[in-house]
Design a binder for this molecule. Structure first.
Ligand code: AMP
Length: 183
């Protein structure tokens, strides 16, 4: 099972990916989590990406493409994964397709959690870390709409996209995802 889980900030994609990891027994790959760990550890990569992560801007594509390549080459990713928060730009999406061809891995499905903007704002404010300002939250939502929403069409035309109503309860969304992937 190889799934992409896309959705805006506050759409519940992290929560759902974690639940799916347990249910399906494949690793959860969250680019947001990886980047936050790199920042916290003070690594070279962490220093390079810190200003983007902390201001809600997107980390440049070349860095993200290298990061996801390294992650997918790790042995635990050989037999499936749930990727969350990646790709976020058209270039990342195209490069991911090339990488998967090279690794002889096939994408099972792309799931998008559809959540209305007012709900994204409310949920992001509710879980905001102390340094998250309204401005940063709004920037994350703007970047999602400008850069990530257009790639949904890329997956739609290639018939890989399933949209799930993310305004429902955590359990309802979980069940809707399982039925979308035929589990
Ligand atoms: P997330 O936890 O998925 O909201 O990600 C937190 C932050 O990490 C984002 O606001 C971006 O700064 C960065 N990030 C995560 N995934 C990506 C990606 N695919 N492309 C660029 N930046 C990313």
């Amino acid at each position: 099972m190889r799934l992409l889980l896309l959705g805006g900030p506050g759409s519940g994609k992290g929560t759902q990916a974690k639940a799916l990891q347990q249910r399906l027994g494949v690793p959860w790959i969250s680019t947001g989590e990886i980047l936050r760990q790199e920042v916290a550890s003070g690594s070279v990569l962490g220093h390079a990406v810190r200003s983007y992560v902390e201001t809600g801007e997107l980390v440049p594509d070349d860095q993200m493409i290298a990061l996801i390549r390294q992650r997918l080459l790790q042995p635990d990713a050989a037999n499936g994964w749930i990727m969350e928060g990646y790709p976020r730009t058209a270039f990342q999406a195209e490069e991911l397709d090339f990488l998967l061809v090279e690794l002889k891995q096939q994408l099972t499905q792309v799931i998008c959690l559809d959540v209305s903007t007012p709900v994204l704002v409310a949920r992001s404010l509710a879980r905001a870390r102390s340094d998250d300002t309204d401005e940063i939250i709004q920037r994350r939502i703007d970047r999602y709409q400008e850069r990530t929403v257009p790639i949904l069409e890329y997956y739609e035309v290639s018939k890989r996209l399933v949209r799930v109503n993310g305004d429902q309860s955590i359990e309802q969304v979980h069940q809707a995802i399982l039925s979308a992937i035929g589990v």
